[in-house]
Structure formats: C-alpha cells, structure tokens
Ligand binder design. Structure first.
Ligand SMILES: [Zn+2]
Length: 373
C-alpha cells in the first residue's frame, strides 16, 4: 500500500483527525525507505535507538530522530543518486552555507497535488489573465534558490500577460530596478486586468514606502492580489507588524486585506503553507508540526514556546521526514483562530540565539538602502 500516495491525494486539505493513522503509516514507510537507502541516516537511527514498534499513534511521531536544518547545510545526504533527482534547489543562505535539496519523481508528483489542492482551497486560481510584479529575482540559469523558483511557479495560478521583476541579472550581479517597477505598476494600474504582486514582505514594504513618499495612491483593478513569501524575519528588527503592511497595501495599491495571502515554506521541508483569512498558517494533512522544549527536546503542549520541528513523508530523495529548524515558535489549537479550520496553526517567533539576523530578506533591505543613496 502506498501510504504516501493516499496522504497526498487526500481530498480534505486540513483534515487532521481523518489522516492521523495514515500519516503515521506514511511516516514509518518513509523512515524505512531512507534507512534502507541512506547509510548515514541508518547510523543516526541506530544511534538514537529508533524502533518501529514504538511508532503506534500520532503522539509517537516525536520519536522519529530529527535532523537539524543546519545538518543539511553542511552535509549532502540522499537516498537516491543525486543525478536521478529531478529538481535541485538551494536555500538562500547569505553566508555561503546552503542546503542542497533534490526531489524524487514521485515526491515531485505528490508535491504538485499539494500545490493544486492548496491553491484551489485558498482560491488562488483564476482563468482571468493578470499582470505580475515579482519583488524578487528574475530566474536564470545561475539562480537555483527555492524562493525564485516558487515565486515564478506562483505566476501560473493565473495566466500571465506580463511579468516584471524587481531584480534583474546584469554582469555586475543582480540590480534593483525600482524605477522600472514603479513604471510597470503605473502602466498596469491603467489596464482593466488584475495585478498580482509576489515576493518578500520586506521588498514589498520598502517598495510601497517609496511609492507612498511619492504620493501614489492607486486603485488596482478588482481581484488584484498580493502573495507574500519568504518570511518576516527582517521585521524583528524593523518592528513592522503584519497589520502595518496590510494597511500600507490598501493605502497605496487599493488591495484589501483579504486579497493578501502569505506563504510559508522552508527549503528543508518542502510543504507549502498558505495563511487563512485571519493570516494564520494552519497545518495541512501532508505534514505535522511539533514544538519541542529547548532543553529536553520533548514535545510541549499547544500554546507553549519551543523549537519548531516539521515532519512530512513527502520525499524519498532525502531523509527530510523530521527536520528541526532553529526557529522558536508556538503551535495553537485550530479552533483558537476563529476562521473555521480545526487543524492546528503555527506561529514563528524568531531564531534561537541570533541577535543580528542576516537572511536573504535582510540582504534585500541593504540592497534597497544602497539603491536609495
Ligand atoms: Zn485560521
């Protein structure tokens, strides 16, 4: 029985209770596959005294040994030959340390199911052609970051008339084209088709701040949207809350808050999370999130702060079954949200022990700062 297939073709996106047994079975099969095909992983399982018979219910998932995201940045570990991997992507580490992640054909196929189900649940599909503004990198052969691939992928939810990028490759590296972006936006605002802006919250925030300073107040065509991704880490220091950005979006672009969607993803955990109408990331059936005590690494109850651990049996290319991030977060009971979804939702609070967070998004802020001076 292919439990992974059953899980990824499950019809209800947020049906946790209906998929508990299935998830445990799929996770066990996934661990068994990696143990058989990846000798480093087999050693890790043996070291941590992992036993399949301990895995009975969903509450036993925490017993699967975790691999820290940092591990993938310093090790190339895989369960199928690298040349057989279909898509290879890297994280956007700014200090040269990157995770190299690849997908097996079936994993990618199930990933496509996940994307379709997620995009259709959150009403991202449209047959109406749109103009896209991408607040990120124009993909090219030298750029394999997940963020540039997913941003580009998101331009297929609705047929594209044009795509305009904030950052364009040049012989001197990527160049920020703020003026070009502004011109494109003005041109699009006069056309009768919706506009979709896609990118990091930081890029969007700085771009909109510039437009506001220039006195711009647009009313983009109805059903225009903003799709955000890549995290808010830079805002821990900028102290910009989501509400402030939503207000700015409405003020400058005329796009209402309900047409602002945010995505969450981590390169070492290839599951897509899309926020609900209250802007919370509920956990879909394809994954489970465990929050662990910082000292004991044991699971904490919902509502308590701890290290964020993501689990999914999606890929057989690499042992990504249970991945420990270095982020602190909280898991909440689904019903606390009030949007109607009962699946739990998580909140990322920040990175452990890092005072000057240096991410690709912070790099974006520097780039924008440099461009203004
Ligand atoms: Zn919700």
């Amino acid at each position: 029985m292919d439990y992974r297939k059953r899980l990824f073709t499950h019809r209800k996106l947020y049906d946790h209770t209906g998929t508990e047994t299935l998830f445990v079975k799929a996770a066990k099969c996934n661990v068994a596959f990696h143990r058989k095909h990846c000798s480093e992983y087999a050693v890790i399982l043996a070291d941590r005294r992992f036993r399949f018979k301990q895995m009975k219910t969903i509450d036993d998932l925490y017993k699967i040994p975790v691999l820290p995201t940092l591990y993938f940045k310093s090790h190339r570990i895989h369960s199928i030959p690298e040349k057989k991997m279909l898509i290879k992507a890297t994280s956007s580490g700014t200090k040269g340390k990157k995770s190299h992640i690849g997908f097996d054909a079936k994993g990618l196929f199930y990933g496509a199911f996940m994307v379709l189900r997620t995009a259709s649940f959150h009403k991202l599909f449209s047959l109406k052609p749109v103009n896209y503004i991408l607040l990120g990198y124009k993909p090219d052969k030298n750029n394999h970051t997940v963020i540039s691939k997913t941003a580009f992928g998101a331009t297929f939810f609705a047929p594209a008339i044009r795509r305009t990028y904030a950052l364009k490759p040049s012989p001197e590296g990527y160049q920020l084209d703020l003026l070009g972006l502004k011109k494109a936006l003005l041109r699009y605002s006069r056309q009768p088709v919706p506009v979709r802006l896609i990118g990091f919250p930081s890029y969007l925030y700085f771009f909109l701040t510039e437009l506001k300073k220039a006195g711009l107040q647009l009313h983009l065509p109805k059903s225009s949207m903003v799709l955000l991704g890549g995290g808010w880490k830079q805002f821990y220091t900028e102290k910009v809350e989501k509400d402030v950005l939503y207000a700015l979006i409405e003020e400058v672009l005329g796009i209402k808050e309900y047409n602002v969607k945010e995505f969450f993803g981590a390169v070492e955990h290839p599951i897509i999370y899309c926020d609900c109408k209250n802007h919370h990331f509920h956990v879909p059936v394809y994954s489970r999130v465990i929050i662990r005590d910082v000292n004991t690494l044991l699971p904490v109850e919902n509502g308590k702060v701890g290290l964020v651990n993501f689990l999914t049996p999606m890929v057989e290319s690499m042992p990504l079954t249970s991945v420990m991030t270095d982020d602190l977060g909280i898991l909440h009971d689904g019903k606390e949200c009030g949007c109607g979804l009962t699946a739990p939702y998580f909140e990322i609070l920040g990175r452990v022990g890092v005072t000057d967070i240096k991410t690709c998004a912070a790099g974006a802020a520097e780039l924008l700062g440099g461009a203004q001076s």
